[in-house]
Design a protein around this ligand. Structure first.
Ligand code: GLC
Length: 542
């Protein structure tokens, strides 16, 4: 049924939702084959309800060779047999809803897997065919076409082009197993609309859209002068990101979502400059876009304050709300990031950085403090599985277990993202710490035992209990509160008020800061009388 958007969507659920990201492969293993699955997810729904979340975003669960963890989709309408079946997925969506939890699915429209029927058909068809036109197939340069069509690089490393036996080259902004589709081909747009309807008809609350900034490529495929591709950028610098031609595609998707009832929504993974983000959030485009500025910010009160202020005002200017993220399946987990000095690039440190630089306790304190900041802010917050247990990055993974294509594609110069994708510890002892009954596809580091969910359950002061309490307080005090105001409480202190009676204060410096007056509702760590220790957030009723 068509519904009236304007009035109702002003209070739509997603505006203040806490969304929990499930990396299916690593969440819970229901059939004991070492890989997480839908059966495992079902068994943990009571846990998620108790945590106090509103929705789940499920990373790609479709049929896939899993060469990029499922972001290489072979069939958008089928669940990979390692994860379950399509009817199990549908049942999961319904069952989650009976726990009060909506389910967002991950849509990967920038590229398919090389196992997708379309790509197989493209390989079997000649140069210039319609089958090839659904991707970006070009002739090479050089006397015999032996050089790639241009100098574009892949995000994971190496050229963004791979040659096929008849001599043509195809574009892949990511791994060679992920050919980019050509959004100028009408069948591409029709097919993705049909896929959206397929999942909306099965109860999905909406979509997280992968590489939302990558769908359009500049005509003529101009060279970039050797510029690296770090997965983000502006159209003037990189002719394959953030182009204006993306927006009509998004508007068509939005029209589809608006045909459905129950406030379906979509959130963009758009790695674009902050000033360009509002374009994606216009009322007829995305509902939300992740704020990756906070995700990539180091521990600094001024940086946090300016990112937060900018994100709130730019989202609200176009009628959206900000969307906070501290970790996801692509970045070094934040307890580890915050445990490293600010001038160290965590993703590079993983491989062979000085281990002595890591202060894990400090990282954990800061991670707890940062979570309370994101939960106190207006807008919605995304929690990556294991954040609520305070899981650090598994930075010590042996090189021979690595699966992320970045490791291979970077010619072993970047360790990649496996360390944030290690299976969840549910129990402090036993086979794969309760993840499943027969090991896990990546080894869990020894300290995961202490951080297991069951070990933190009802444990005062545990990160799990901190999350539960914070989310409960948020629901009670903050979701209906529209006000937000930054407050100056001196250097190295991030402070803001929500409405008349709620203050959030974080000490991000080294010394002690003064604790403002008011009743302490919750703090991320111990307080000392009227002093707020470093790396601590406190919520006050005042
Ligand atoms: C997104 C995903 C990442 C994936 C890439 C290619 O950035 O989050 O995991 O590798 O897209 O699909």
């Amino acid at each position: 049924a068509v519904r009236s958007q304007v009035v109702e969507s002003s209070r739509a659920w997603w505006r203040h939702a806490v969304v929990y990201q499930i990396y299916v492969r690593s969440f819970a293993d229901g059939n004991g084959d070492g890989t997480g699955d839908i059966a495992g997810m079902r068994s943990r729904l009571p846990y998620l309800e108790r945590l106090g979340i509103d929705a789940i975003w499920v990373n790609p669960w479709y049929r896939s060779p899993l060469l990029d963890g499922g972001y290489d989709v072979a069939d958008y309408r089928e669940i990979d047999e390692r994860f379950g079946t399509t009817s199990e997925a549908e049942a999961f969506i319904a069952e989650a809803r009976s726990h009060g939890i909506r389910v967002l699915v991950d849509l990967v429209p920038n590229h398919t897997s090389w196992d997708h029927l379309w790509f197989k058909a493209a390989l079997a068809a000649p140069a210039g065919s319609d089958e090839r036109a659904r991707y970006h197939f070009l002739d090479g340069r050089g006397d015999h076409g032996e050089l790639p069509p241009n100098d574009w690089q892949s995000v994971f490393g190496g050229p963004a082009w791979t040659r096929v036996p008849d001599g043509q080259w195809y574009l892949h902004l990511f791994d060679e197993s992920q050919p980019d589709v050509n959004w100028e081909h009408p069948e591409v747009a029709d097919e993705f609309e049909a896929v959206m309807r397929f999942w909306l008809d099965r109860g999905a609350a909406g979509f997280r859209i992968d590489v939302a900034h990558g769908l359009a490529k500049a005509p003529g495929y101009p060279d970039v002068g050797g510029a690296a591709n770090d997965g983000r950028g502006q159209p003037e610098e990189l002719p394959y990101y953030d182009r204006d031609e993306i927006h009509p595609i998004v508007r068509r998707w939005r029209r589809v979502l608006d045909e459905y009832d129950d406030d379906r929504m979509m959130v963009a993974e758009a790695w674009v400059a902050a000033a360009r983000r509002p374009l994606y959030l216009r009322p007829d485009e995305y509902h939300q876009a992740f704020d990756f500025d906070l995700l990539t910010a180091t521990w600094d009160a001024d940086d946090f304050a300016s990112i937060i202020a900018a994100s709130i005002s730019s989202a609200q200017a176009v009628g959206s709300d900000p969307t906070w993220v501290l970790s996801n399946h692509d970045v070094v987990r934040h307890p580890t990031r915050y445990g490293l000095p600010n001038d160290i690039e965590p993703g590079l440190w993983l491989l062979d950085g000085d281990r002595g630089l890591l202060d894990e306790e400090r990282g954990t304190r800061r991670a707890r403090a940062a979570a309370m900041v994101t939960f106190a802010l207006p807008g919605s917050a995304y929690v990556y599985q294991g954040d609520e247990l305070g899981l650090p990055e598994a930075w010590d993974l042996p090189l021979d277990v690595l699966q992320d294509p970045i490791w291979h594609d970077s010619e072993h110069t970047v360790k990649g993202r496996d360390g944030c994708r290690v299976p969840i510890p549910w129990e402090p002892t036993g086979e794969s710490l309760g993840f499943g009954t027969d090991g896990s596809w990546l080894p869990q580091p020894p300290e995961f035992a202490r951080l297991a969910a069951a070990a933190q359950e009802n444990e005062p002061g545990s990160t799990l209990e901190l999350y539960r309490t914070a989310l409960e307080l948020r629901r009670a005090r903050l979701v209906d509160e529209v006000g937000f105001e930054l407050v100056d409480r001196g250097p190295s202190v991030l402070a803001f008020r929500r409405g008349d009676s709620f203050t959030c204060v974080t000490h991000m410096g080294d010394d002690h800061a003064e604790l403002p007056d008011g009743e302490v509702l919750l703090s991320s760590g111990p307080l000392h009388d009227d002093r707020l220790p470093p790396d601590t957030t406190v919520w006050l009723a005042s």
